[in-house]
Design a protein around this ligand. Structure first.
Ligand SMILES: [Mg+2]
Length: 158
């Protein structure tokens, strides 16, 4: 199975740094309000996309964020159960995050026969490709302008 690794800030939701949110969060459908009044919306189509992709790929996360503040967002939107060995860590080394996810998946008996990495920024791509040359990168909002387009793209390449 192919591994599909997702970024969070600016990719799954509109907030650029979800680690700046303050618990507790109030959830309202597809957005939340934190305890200081900051708002975060998940992008249109994210729920439907993850439901579809979860049946076709092994899903995981590589996110430069503080897990204590960001995992509750995914749990509150009921999206956490889609991902395997997600990494939400407060450092920019996504190559290391993805490499460890692959190792953990293989230890758990998964056969990872390809990696697709989706991010709204190209900052980490060179490092990821150096560490894991078989990775295919999809630049969110450039290669795919919506989650419907991302699904169409993955149907062709995945
Ligand atoms: Mg991002």
């Amino acid at each position: 199975m192919k591994l599909l690794v997702l970024d969070l800030d600016g990719t799954l939701w509109d907030h650029e740094d979800a680690s700046r949110l303050t618990l507790p969060y109030e959830f309202h459908g597809d957005y939340l309000v934190d305890s200081t009044g900051q708002v975060l919306h998940i992008f249109p189509g994210v729920r439907e996309f993850l439901k579809w992709a979860g049946g076709r790929f092994v899903l995981s996360i590589a996110s430069w964020n503080v897990e204590e503040r960001v995992r509750p967002i995914l749990e509150g939107f009921d999206l956490w159960h889609y991902v395997r060995f997600p990494k939400i860590e407060n450092h920019p080394n996504k190559a290391d995050m993805i490499r460890r996810t692959v190792k953990e998946l293989e230890s758990a008996g998964y056969c990872v026969d390809g990696i697709i990495y989706v991010d709204d920024r190209t900052l980490h791509v060179d490092d990821v490709k150096r560490a894991l040359p078989e990775t295919r990168f999809i630049h969110m909002w450039v290669d795919a302008k919506s989650f419907e387009e991302l699904r169409e793209l993955l149907e062709r390449v995945g």
